[in-house]
Ligand binder design. Structure first.
Ligand SMILES: C[S@@+](CC[C@H](N)C(=O)[O-])C[C@H]1O[C@@H](n2cnc3c(N)ncnc32)[C@H](O)[C@@H]1O
Length: 410
């Protein structure tokens, strides 16, 4: 692992912010250490420069910054989450390493000519398939893909996915409960990348499209499906502004737009895979010109008090750990985004008990419906203390539209 000739990398100085921070949530793991050390060793052994190396899935920058601190600059980096990108930038600044790497989407710019790819293994096989295809498609013929993960999250099926795109696949011995897989010898790839995949859901009149890393893939999540039953009860007059917060593949935004054609709809997610998927979903449902899709942390770039309706199916996983903070963060964001009198429509597993958080962040909360597993709530944004209550829907929209939102209904 650590070569005593190299100065120790200050892992403990890395932060997760603006992602949720908590004492049990670290900004690095043993896999990051292994990948960084392997990158430095391989660069030395093969005479690689920083620009020959691509890093994928670096959660908070631990892999990229190990390379940078060893003098490997110009490394190309893809991170799915906008929060991860901000954390890497913040950690680079704190360590005096700003400007030492180049951010990319998961595309040919990231991988073209790359000879070493260091990746944190995604949890889902679809995301791994997309990653393996991209490396085989765009990287150099002598590329070595080193992909690592926590042993408890790895399955043999991962080797099979890598084997579909590479002739040589190997697994190394585990170190501190992390393991590296290696793949080399890219196979010829099909003419078109395998994603997005789209599926029609005729019962709800929607087609959903998904890139590898999007929540639920092209399937319609059962909680989301339940929330769709309430579309007719949601406000949606012409010109009202609606935010699908944490949009995933965009099911809620697309369905809402089809049901309320005059509304201005923004779909926003912190995941790049979700954003690309939601754009493809809007295209597939013929509403691309009516829904703005933003890559954003908790709708942070949208103006305060600008929305009449927020739609939310909150996450309850933070990477591999289950942590309510991610859901609470979006509930708080809904409180910020809603105009007084605006409504948050939220679906969640009944056992999660978000009611207190909804009341505190938004206002009066009632149960609109409940089935065996899920509860749909409607929370009405309270008026600021001392302000005279106004019925914003009766008055029609008087606020500026959110950036990027089409200003006309169809
Ligand atoms: C349970 S999924 C719901 C997706 C979609 N709304 C649906 O109903 O199918 C939660 C989504 O929230 C997104 N998310 C989590 N934290 C976020 C944050 N801080 N800002 C924006 N999106 C976030 C995730 O990427 C994920 O796509």
């Amino acid at each position: 692992m650590h070569d005593p000739r190299r100065p120790a990398f200050p892992f403990d100085e890395l932060r997760r912010r603006p992602d949720v921070e908590a004492p049990n949530l670290l900004a690095f793991d043993a896999t990051d250490r292994l990948l960084g050390a392997r990158g430095v060793d391989q660069a030395e052994a093969r005479g690689l420069a920083g620009r020959d190396i691509a890093v994928i899935g670096d959660a908070y920058g631990a892999v990229t910054l190990q390379l940078a601190s060893a003098g490997l600059t110009g490394v190309r980096v893809h991170q799915d989450l906008v929060t991860g990108r901000a954390a890497l930038a913040g950690n680079a600044a704190a360590l005096g390493l700003t400007g030492t790497y180049v951010g990319h989407e998961l595309d040919s710019g990231l991988l073209s000519g790359a000879r070493l790819v260091l990746a944190q293994l995604p949890r889902g096989l679809a995301e791994l398939e997309e990653l393996a295809d991209a490396v085989a498609r765009w990287a150099a013929d002598d590329v070595v893909l080193v992909a690592g993960g926590r042993v408890k999250h790895m399955t043999l099926a991962m080797n099979g996915v890598l084997g579909a795109r590479f002739t040589e696949v190997g697994a190394e011995l585990a170190v501190q409960k992390s393991r590296l897989l290696t793949a080399a010898g890219p196979r010829p790839v099909p003419e078109h990348p395998p994603f997005p995949v789209c599926a029609a859901h005729d019962d709800v009149g929607l087609t959903l499209c998904a890139f590898g890393g999007a929540f639920a893939g092209p399937r319609l999540d059962v909680g989301t499906r339940f929330l769709l039953d309430f579309l007719d009860r949601m406000p949606g007059g012409p010109g009202s502004t609606v935010v699908d917060l944490g949009c995933g593949t965009g099911a809620l935004a697309a369905a809402y737009t089809l049901r309320h054609p005059g509304a201005r709809v923004v779909a926003t997610d912190r995941s790049a895979a979700a954003v690309r998927s939601a754009r493809a979903t809007m295209e597939a449902n013929g509403v691309a010109g009516r829904v703005a899709v933003e890559h954003d942390d908790a709708g942070g770039s949208l103006p305060e008090a600008s929305a009449d309706v927020v739609l939310l199916n909150p996450p309850f996983h933070l990477g591999a750990s289950v942590h309510a903070g991610a859901g609470i963060k979006l509930i708080d964001a809904a409180g910020r985004l809603l105009a007084p009198g605006g409504e948050l429509w939220c679906v969640a597993n009944s056992h999660l008990g978000y009611r207190a958080a909804l009341q505190a962040a938004v206002g009066r909360t009632e149960v609109a419906g409940r089935n065996r597993k899920f509860t749909v709530t409607r929370s009405v944004r309270r008026h600021a203390r001392g302000a005279a209550p106004t019925d914003t829907r009766a008055q029609g929209p008087s606020r500026a539209p959110a950036p990027g939102v089409p200003s006309e209904g169809p």
